[in-house]
Design a binder for this molecule. Structure first.
Ligand SMILES: [Ca+2]
Length: 325
């Protein structure tokens, strides 16, 4: 059984991630969720987290608000508007009526690691790494109790692109969005010596949210009152990925949950990764000769099966939630 904290800049991507875990209740138990700035302000991402979990039938999973900006940001990093101002592509979900929480994301993460048995808690991170970097800075020994941190972020290989010959990022030609938003925090976490698996975008881009999948999900959600909102949330970044990679948007974040449940579906290797923290290539990953090694997932062995698993989990969980309301 995996006991999981989901940390992210919640939007449609995290909805897919959470659905994968929620449909496997005998193998995954979500201890709580934390929000962070990223695709939108932390207030928007926090609200999305609450609303998404309520829509998935689990308003009881508490969400704790996290960082509103990178730890050492000189100026706010540029965004690409991929998910609109609200991080949900303008989709209007019903407001969760779950009680608000007062504890911060960092306090929740640290308390959970102290209260649960050592090496029993997995954290998935699908937004900027600021909450994790701050928790580590505050109590490194507590953070060492974590079983595993599974991170979607960065890019460790050149990827063929449409607007350039190759790219090593989506937000800039060098940097992936999550790492670009908080490069120093990403570097701190990757150098921390904590047990980390990194799923860089050269791996996560193997899962495109393509036409066949979205038709399937749309069909299965026919009659669901939030069908349109869900489809809107999941497809709002198409325009950017089409421009850069000639593809419909990718299911980057779902990989964190898929890896937690099916690590054997990934080929990975041990590497030391450094994140560039200044200059033109800020946010870029460099493979370092020396330094703390982490697990880097490089390939998905059966992408079609995993894509189907995400889409089935999502439609199944959304429909099941509707029946229990
Ligand atoms: Ca995300």
């Amino acid at each position: 059984m995996e006991h999981v904290i989901i940390d992210g800049d919640w939007g449609g991507d995290e909805m897919q991630l959470a659905a994968v875990l929620l449909t496997q209740p005998r193998r995954a138990n979500i201890l709580g969720a934390t929000s962070v700035f990223g695709n939108a302000s932390v207030e928007h991402c926090h609200r999305n987290a609450r609303n998404v979990l309520a829509l998935l039938g689990r308003p009881d999973i508490a969400v704790y608000q996290g960082a509103s900006a990178a730890t050492s940001a000189v100026k706010e990093a540029e965004k690409d508007g991929a998910y609109g101002d609200d991080g949900a592509g303008g989709a209007k979900l019903p407001e969760s009526t779950a009680p608000a929480t007062k504890k911060s994301a960092v306090d929740f993460i640290l308390e959970t690691l102290k209260n649960q048995p050592e090496k029993s808690v997995t954290i998935t991170v699908s937004g900027p790494l600021t909450n994790i970097a701050q928790a580590f800075a505050s109590e490194p020994d507590t953070m060492r109790r974590v079983k595993k941190i599974i991170i979607m972020g960065g890019c460790t290989e050149d990827i063929p692109a449409c607007d350039k010959a190759t790219r090593k990022g989506n937000i800039t030609p060098y940097a992936e969005f999550n790492f670009y938003q908080a490069p120093a925090d990403a570097n701190t976490v990757l150098q921390s010596g904590l047990p980390i698996t990194l799923i860089p975008m050269n791996c996560s881009q193997q899962l495109a949210w393509d036409d066949g999948l979205r038709e399937r999900v749309k069909d299965k959600l026919s009659g669901h009152p939030q069908q349109d909102a869900v489809m809107q949330m999941l497809s709002c970044a198409d325009f950017l990925d089409e421009l850069k990679f000639g593809s419909k948007q990718f299911m980057h974040d779902a990989n964190c949950a898929l890896y937690a449940m099916h690590p054997d579906a990934y080929r990975s290797s041990q590497r030391a990764i450094r994140v560039v923290t200044e200059g033109e290539k800020i946010g870029m990953c460099e493979v370092a000769e020396e330094g703390k090694r982490i697990q880097v997932a490089e390939r998905i062995t059966h992408p079609t099966a995993l894509k189907l698993l995400v889409s089935e989990s999502l439609s199944r969980q959304l429909n099941a939630a509707l029946k229990t309301r």
